[in-house]
Design a protein around this ligand. Structure first.
Ligand SMILES: [Zn+2]
Length: 123
C-alpha cells in the first residue's frame, strides 16, 4: 500500500533553540550542567544529578562511533561527541565499513539533523 502524507509542522525550538541553531550551522552545541559539570549532547533539560540549570558550550564537533546499523534510510550510529559525557544517534554519511571517527556537518536541508561525515584516518 502506498500513501502520501503531507504534514505542515511549525514547531518552536523553545529552550533547545541554541542546540537547534547549532545544528543548522553544523555545530555540536551541548549543555554543561551548572551543578556537576556533566556535558550532554544532545542536551538534557534536567541533568542526571537533578539540576535543571546549565550553560551552552560548543564542542569540537568530532565524534566516535560505538555502534552502527544500516536501515532503509541509510546508515546510523550510536556516537559520543568529543567533550560530551553522553551518547546520541547520528546519521552516518559516507562512512566506510571501518570508519569510526566522524565530524558533524551542516544538514542539507533546513531541518535540524545530526549528520557525521568520516574524518580522515590518522596514520
Ligand atoms: Zn548535573
Amino acid at each position: 500500500m502506498k500513501h502520501t502524507l503531507t504534514l505542515d509542522y511549525d514547531l518552536a525550538a523553545g529552550w533547545l533553540r541554541p542546540f537547534v541553531e547549532g545544528l543548522a550551522e553544523g555545530v555540536a552545541r551541548a549543555r554543561r550542567c551548572d551543578g556537576c559539570g556533566r556535558v550532554s549532547f544532545v542536551p538534557l533539560r534536567v541533568c542526571d544529578c537533578g539540576k535543571a540549570h546549565g550553560s551552552w558550550i560548543d564542542l569540537p564537533g568530532t565524534a566516535t562511533v560505538s555502534r552502527r546499523t544500516t536501515g532503509a534510510d541509510g546508515d546510523f550510529g550510536l556516537v559520543t561527541f568529543a567533550g560530551a559525557d553522553t551518547k546520541t544517534v547520528a546519521r552516518l554519511d559516507g562512512f566506510g565499513p571501518g570508519d569510526r571517527q566522524g565530524a558533524i556537518v551542516r544538514p542539507p536541508s533546513a531541518l535540524p539533523a545530526i549528520i557525521l561525515r568520516p574524518e580522515p584516518k590518522v596514520a
